[in-house]
Ligand binder design. Structure first.
Ligand code: NCD
Length: 672
């Protein structure tokens, strides 16, 4: 059943268009190569002996700059270059290079590119290799950048899969282990999606695919995650939840706020029909995990696997090094193909080098993401939320540029970092000429588009940034209170009463608030439940654009309590306002990606109607049908005895219609 799913082909086209428009002969992301080019590289690799005779690298030098340990990637690149009759220069240890004296990535790239014809770089920062490519005068190849991507490993993986299984389209591949921090996984799932394969994700607890990877899969390749029952895989993999990625298809499971029987049986049907062509196992990326944040269990492929009849044709792959994820018995079984996979590293990298030499000439690729490229016209402006992004760790070697993507949750405007792909919501927008700023709202979409065209759009992470540049707020109109302190208190009480009534097993109740106002509401409801029912309930928080933990515990705040367990829980998801429903959709996808709860019910203080996605709150404080031009803002007090709670509604005044007031005399001048 799964294998008959057809790929729409649209994603391929979009992807091809996007890549061929650009002249890029660097290889930073797997998206820098079209499917046809990947096939071309594979055809060259098939005839590596011919390449050896041809000596296409004669007279050329490759420099390998590895800021992180490596065995296979580095040695297979160096071996490939030697086999093509080229030369290799290298720093045995980048800690012994000028990097240790504080040299910037930009300077190193510039200097080394005058000594070599191609650079192969591995770095611990996300986006560092793109940053170097922008300063190098020769092609740059990404040999792994932080948690981000590892495109040449993906070429080896795809090549191995093709050799073993033939066509990639329609294959079902389970990717297992540390899907959050493993860069090989990220490049691989993008590539599998592009080639029309199905992907099952089997993440170790807390190590699921990050939201930005899922968003890119959906936006660029039309792939969405569908929940899948785990029982099917428990024989070979332990302590995981499984989710299934497919091209968008009519059977795609709709959103649901409560697990219903029909959905359960649909899921089981999907699971039992699955035949796995490959398991791609990875090690826990210890060096990228904060101490103390590691979960205790990790999936392994054990002896069961070898004996299960239905896995008789399932190959097991691993980018290596392995730790103890694979049973040693597998080494002696023909299905364990990871050493073959490592050996293909040489012919594939020979083919890649030949390909890049043949296509040299164009300047390095500068754009990797879809969407309009945004660079702030102001000296202060948005910065990437990923603390391991090169724009944060070494701002001097980068230009803060983002793909501007519309259509985030609630019609949000999203910025995607060009270097590391992380995404975050635009909060504040300003107009460069009138020096006014306001909170971004969906009703400003057209206006923002105009400002962007004329390079007059400033985006700020904080009011402080805007004010430092002398920006003043735009006026809003007709503000009125729609719920006062008493009414909000009553709503919290009635929501709590209804939760107690609806919940079948209070021992499993978990309140999950969407950051920030939703978390405050969750705490308030927890306090009220404690009053009404004389017991404490667990509270957690979901951060839709979180970089580290997307779901975290709020209370009890016991550091020894471990990760929040969602499995088989009755969850109440809370947010202050529901409008389009997209924020809720994203929160649900985070929940179901990390575990299978028994039920998820939804509580909101205010329901504004106007749904874009079919989610219906189970508990509502107040219904206030409102329009796109109106904004509802809820202010909940964060501390006991703090300010009063209040919910207000006001009209958005299109900034283009409001006349700017004169600037105050003492406002600081623009500094860019
Ligand atoms: C991988 C890497 O460095 O990301 N190794 C490799 O290149 N084969 C995988 C890993 O280190 O786990």
């Amino acid at each position: 059943m799964i294998r008959s799913l057809s790929h729409s082909g649209k994603a391929d086209e979009r992807c091809e268009n996007r890549v061929t428009r650009l002249i890029m002969r660097n290889l930073i992301s797997i998206a820098d190569l079209t499917n046809a080019e990947i096939e071309e590289i594979f055809a060259l690799a098939d005839d590596a002996e011919e390449l050896r005779r041809e000596k296409p690298a004669a007279g050329r030098i490759m420099a390998t700059l590895f800021y992180e340990p490596s065995t296979r990637t580095r040695l297979s690149f160096e071996s490939a270059m030697h086999r093509l009759a080229g030369g290799v220069i290298s720093c045995a240890d980048m800690r012994a290079s000028s990097a240790a004296k504080g040299e910037s990535l930009a300077d190193t790239a510039k200097v080394v590119s005058s000594y070599a014809d191609v650079l192969v770089v591995r770095h611990h920062w996300d986006g560092a290799v793109r940053a170097m490519a922008e300063h190098a005068d020769v092609p740059v190849i990404n040999a792994g950048d932080g948690r981000h991507e590892h495109p040449t490993q993906t070429l080896c993986d795809l090549y191995t899969l093709r050799k073993e299984k033939g066509e990639l389209k329609g294959l079902t591949v389970a990717v297992c282990g540390d899907l959050k921090n493993g860069r090989t996984i990220h490049s691989l799932v993008y590539a599998l999606a592009r080639f029309g394969a199905n992907v099952v994700t089997l993440a170790a607890a807390g190590m699921e695919l990050p939201q930005y990877v899922l968003e890119r899969l959906e936006l660029d390749y039309g792939y969405t995650l569908n929940p899948l029952a785990t029982g099917d895989l428990s024989a070979v993999v332990t302590a995981t939840d499984a989710l299934y990625l497919t091209p968008k298809q009519p059977h795609q499971l709709a959103l649901f706020t409560q697990m219903d029987a029909a959905i359960q049986s649909q899921i089981s049907a999907l699971a039992s029909g699955l035949r796995y062509d490959a398991f791609y196992m990875t090690r826990k990326q210890k060096e990228r995990i904060k101490e103390g944040a590691e979960g205790d269990s990790y999936p392994t492929i054990g002896d069961h696997f070898l004996r299960e009849k239905r896995f008789k044709d399932t190959v097991v792959m691993h980018p290596l090094p392995r730790v103890d994820e694979l049973s040693p018995e597998l080494d002696r079984d023909k299905r364990g193909i990871y050493f073959k996979q490592a050996a293909y590293g040489v012919p594939v990298r020979m083919a890649l080098l030949k390909f890049l030499f043949d296509h040299a000439g164009g300047k390095a690729g500068k754009v990797g993401n879809k969407g309009i490229l945004y660079e702030s016209p102001e000296c202060l402006g948005p910065h990437c939320v990923n603390s391991n992004c090169v724009t944060v760790t070494e701002a001097g070697s980068t230009r803060r540029r983002f793909a501007l993507l519309s259509g985030g949750p609630g019609g949000a405007l999203i910025l995607g970092c060009v270097y590391c792909d992380h995404r975050f919501k635009v909060q504040l927008v300003g107009h460069v000429k009138t020096k006014r700023y306001c909170a971004y709202d969906i009703s400003l979409r057209a206006t923002i588009g105009d400002w962007l065209k004329t390079n007059e759009l400033a985006i700020f992470n904080s009011i402080k940034e805007a004010e430092e540049l002398g920006y003043e707020p735009y006026e809003s109109r007709g503000q009125r209170v729609i719920m006062n302190d008493d009414e909000i208190g009553e709503a919290v009480q009635s929501i709590s009463r209804e939760i107690l009534k609806a919940c079948q097993d209070l021992d499993t109740l978990l309140l999950l608030g969407i950051r920030t106002q939703g978390s405050l509401l969750a705490r308030r409801v927890a306090a009220e439940l404690e009053k009404q029912n004389r017991r404490k309930y667990e509270v957690g928080e979901i951060d839709i654009y979180g970089v580290d933990d997307e779901i975290r515990r709020i209370s009890p705040a016991d550091p020894d309590a471990g990760r929040l367990n969602l499995r088989d829980r009755e969850i109440v998801l809370l947010d202050d306002v529901i409008y389009t429903g997209r924020t809720i959709k994203d929160a649900l996808s985070i929940i179901f990606r990390s575990a299978r709860p028994k039920a998820v019910r939804l509580a909101v203080l205010i329901d504004r109607g106007h749904r874009e996605v079919p989610v219906k709150p189970n508990f509502v404080g107040k219904h206030i049908p409102s329009s796109e031009r109106e904004r509802v803002r809820v202010k909940l007090r964060a501390t006991e005895g703090g300010e009063k709670d209040e919910a207000v509604i006001y009209s958005i005044v299109n900034p283009n219609d409001s006349a700017p007031r004169p600037r105050p005399q003492n406002a600081p001048a623009r500094s860019s």
